[in-house]
Design a protein around this ligand. Structure first.
Ligand SMILES: CC(C)(COP(=O)(O)OP(=O)(O)OC[C@H]1O[C@@H](n2cnc3c(N)ncnc32)[C@H](O)[C@@H]1OP(=O)(O)O)[C@@H](O)C(=O)NCCC(=O)NCCS
Length: 241
């Protein structure tokens, strides 16, 4: 079980928000009581997808299903193939620097405009505030010392981003990934993903994880094409208190 107030969501939405992960009824009741005690207005609750009985229990308390996250993992080895043909001659992939924050925010805003994550699927959250979640996430990651943010540039303009961050359990996670919609479907995602795998391997990582929405078929197809395997799925509920 985990439970924490979310400062970042408080800043974005001006609402006292908590995030929790529970997998049994006792933990859920504990989280529910703590959220009430803390004056939480919005509780974002994650439950393993196989715990349907628990899902019904939280729905009984008016929690609403906002998305389903699918988790994938790739075990990297010396023989992994990190190189793939690049469809665009003018494409450059390089590490983002602090001065890339503003252009990176812009490309991330375009990539994730109206992206159906759990924030957007909640009609009670302000649309404009929701659109700022990913750009501000990109800024935070670029400024963090331990993340590797790769920017894909075409003719000098950012067209894609991949942020690889170390995780507590060892290995690395792709925390943010996308290609500008004008250039989607041309194989750039393939190139950027391979480069992210390569970066992970050359920095001692043998495991790269990636999570995306069940509804994101292009991302899931891209991952399976590159040998990522599904590990588990998680339901996201919002409970307004
Ligand atoms: C999901 C996403 C990253 C995929 O990136 P992409 O660059 O479009 O991916 P690719 O081009 O590598 O692959 C997408 C499709 O284009 C096809 N494709 C690849 N190279 C191609 C080419 N040269 N010409 C035409 N089509 C091509 C692929 O075969 C694939 O189709 P398929 O899945 O039907 O087999 C991108 O669509 C995106 O950024 N979406 C919004 C944000 C997002 O969903 N982020 C990830 C989850 S958090």
């Amino acid at each position: 079980m985990s439970y924490a107030l979310s400062q970042i969501d408080l800043q974005h939405f001006g609402i006292v928000t908590a995030k929790a992960f529970v997998s049994n009824s006792l933990a859920w009741r504990d989280v529910h009581a703590r959220a009430r005690r803390d004056g939480v207005k919005l509780l974002m609750l994650r439950i393993p997808a196989e715990h349907l009985e628990l899902a019904r229990e939280v729905q009984h308390e008016n929690a609403e299903l906002m998305d389903v996250l699918c988790y994938f993992e790739h075990g990297l080895t010396e023989s992994s193939d990190f190189i793939t043909d690049c469809p665009l001659g003018g494409l450059l992939i390089r590490r983002a620097k602090e001065q890339d924050v503003m252009p990176a925010r812009e490309v991330v805003r375009s990539i994730f405009f109206e992206y159906p994550n759990h924030y957007r699927n909640d009609p009670r959250l302000d649309r404009h505030d929701v659109d700022e979640v990913y750009p501000s996430w990109a800024e935070t990651i670029i400024k963090s010392a331990e993340a590797c943010v790769l920017l894909a540039e075409n003719e000098g303009k950012p067209v894609g981003i991949s942020a690889v961050v170390p995780v507590d359990t060892g290995g690395f996670d792709v925390a943010l990934f996308g290609i500008h919609p004008d250039l989607a479907g041309q194989g750039l995602g393939d190139v950027l993903l391979r480069r992210s795998m390569q970066w992970t391997w050359t920095h001692g990582g043998t495991r790269l994880t990636y999570s995306t929405q069940l509804s994101n078929l292009p991302a899931r197809r891209m991952l399976t094409r590159h040998g990522f395997l599904p590990t588990h799925d998680v339901l996201t509920f919002h409970l307004w208190l």
